[in-house]
Design a protein around this ligand. Structure first.
Ligand SMILES: Nc1nc2c(ncn2[C@@H]2O[C@H](COP(=O)(O)OP(=O)(O)OP(=O)(O)O)[C@@H](O)[C@H]2O)c(=O)[nH]1
Ligand SMILES: [Mg+2]
Length: 435
């Protein structure tokens, strides 16, 4: 197993000092450095680390050798000695050389944000697909950090910061890593093919796909559980879910759709991870409807929503119909609540534990999926076409006008694209013949 332990050999949790560098460039970036540091605390705790304190440095640019300034390195040493720290966790990504320099200088384990996230993913991965994807991301992260130091793999030794690939691979040089990456990619391709077949079968069954997406800890798995009685893992921690779980969801009309829970997003989600998890995240791309779950009570709510929008864009899912679920309204008070939009066609203010809200959500999903109304004008003697119209949607009006049967149908985009175009073609043909 590639599970990182985040504890010393004696089984005591790692004791960490968090370090954040604030430069003008970082300040201009999308994430507020202070919020980011708060989030790093949650990430560290999720990984099982005991957080002792945090140190911040304001600086024009990162130091090439130490990332933080040399004076700050000394301060870090003093604080670490005083508090008995074993580890320093940096909120930004470090180069391989910076990690080595700091480790030698301070005799602490040095972890950066990316590595911490990769470690959490490694701790969580359960399915074959998840495990392959995490290892792929870990090795992709590691590879450029070995450049020029092909033999120096001692950091893969043990304890926190070993992040995965594990002791058995201690002697692996870059060539081996590349071979392993190629091998993992092959294995992943197989799993993906299997998943595609599965998805194809679901598609053929005609069920519409609805994906729960959102920032980590927003309440996606809770919603899946509350809506479908699914037995899924819900935890007040980051990245509780790694692998997508799908369940049938019954809408008020009685029609069933497939609801899928997905991995949570986070700001600065490592690119290697997005790349590695692309197959899993394809679920989002294939969805007919995206439910964007938001933790309304989070002080980082707007930033979190922006991160989710950005990642959806990267996945090519920006254009998918979306309902924004402002979840955890029960925890949302005062100003925080006032800044929210009103519930509407595309937004719902709700709590995952409120049955009435869940009912409104079912209705909203139904409206969004089947909200399309089309009118077809078909030759009245084509019983087959008229039967098709009845099959693919809800006929809300029917009118016989000479040789023309006019049907007003409520149907969803997917059914329209798959079947409705045929009726549309007959409609156009029939109308031009009638003129
Ligand atoms: N008060 C309150 N808590 C909620 C609500 N929805 C979810 N939670 C809690 O929020 C925490 C996270 O919920 P999850 O469903 O695991 O969140 P998730 O989005 O699946 O998170 P990841 O899988 O980590 O991405 C849990 O402790 C839930 O009980 C809500 O509407 N109100
Ligand atoms: Mg979850």
């Amino acid at each position: 197993m590639r599970q990182s332990t985040y504890e010393t050999e004696a089984g005591i949790p790692d004791r960490a000092i968090l370090v954040s560098l604030v430069t003008p460039a970082i300040k201009r970036g999308s994430a507020d450095p202070e919020h980011s540091l708060q989030e790093l605390v949650s990430l560290a705790e999720t990984a099982g680390v005991e957080v002792l304190t945090a140190i911040t440095q304001n600086r024009e640019t990162p130091d090439t050798r130490w990332f933080i300034g040399k004076g700050k390195v000394e301060e870090l040493r003093a604080v670490a000695d005083e508090l008995g720290a074993t580890t320093a966790i940096f909120d930004q990504e470090l180069s391989g050389a910076q990690v080595r320099n700091l480790e030698q200088e301070l005799d602490l384990k040095i972890i950066d944000r990316t590595q911490l996230i990769l470690d959490i993913f490694a701790q969580r991965a359960k399915t074959r697909e998840g495990i392959i994807q995490v290892e792929l991301a870990q090795l992709s992260y590691l590879l450029p950090r070995l450049s020029g130091h092909g033999k120096n793999l001692s950091r893969l030794g043990g304890g926190i910061g070993t992040r995965g690939p594990g002791e058995s691979k201690l002697e692996m040089d870059r060539r081996h890593i590349r071979d392993r990456i190629a091998d993992l990619k092959r294995q992943l391709a197989e799993v993906v093919q299997h998943r595609n077949l599965h998805r194809e079968r679901r598609r053929k069954s005609g069920a519409l796909q609805v994906a729960l997406v959102g920032y980590t800890n927003a309440g996606k798995s809770t919603l899946l559980r509350e809506l479908t009685d699914a037995d899924v893992y819900v935890e007040n921690q980051l990245f509780a879910t790694l692998d997508p779980t799908s369940r049938a969801l019954e809408l008020p009309s009685g029609k069933e759709v497939v609801l899928t829970d997905t991995v949570g997003f986070i700001q600065n989600l490592p690119h290697d991870l997005i790349a590695a998890f692309r197959a899993t995240l394809e679920e989002v791309n294939e969805a007919d409807l995206v439910l964007h779950v938001v933790d309304s009570s989070s002080p980082m709510r707007d930033e979190q929503m922006a991160v989710v929008d950005q990642i959806l864009g990267e996945l090519g899912a920006s254009g998918t119909p979306q309902i924004i679920l402002y979840n955890k309204m029960d925890l949302c008070e005062g100003e925080q609540a006032q800044l929210l939009p009103h519930s509407g066609e595309d937004t719902l203010l709700m709590s995952a534990f409120n049955p009435e809200d869940l009912e409104r959500l079912r209705q909203a999903i139904q409206n969004k999926l089947t909200g399309d109304t089309r009118t077809f004008a078909l030759p009245a003697d084509r019983g087959d076409l008229i039967a098709l119209a009845y099959r693919i949607g809800e006929v809300v009006a029917q009118e016989l006008d000479g040789g023309t049967m006019r049907l007003k149908i409520e149907l969803n985009k997917h059914d329209y694209e798959v079947h409705g175009y045929k009726l549309q073609a007959y409609t156009q043909q029939h109308q031009s013949e009638a003129h």
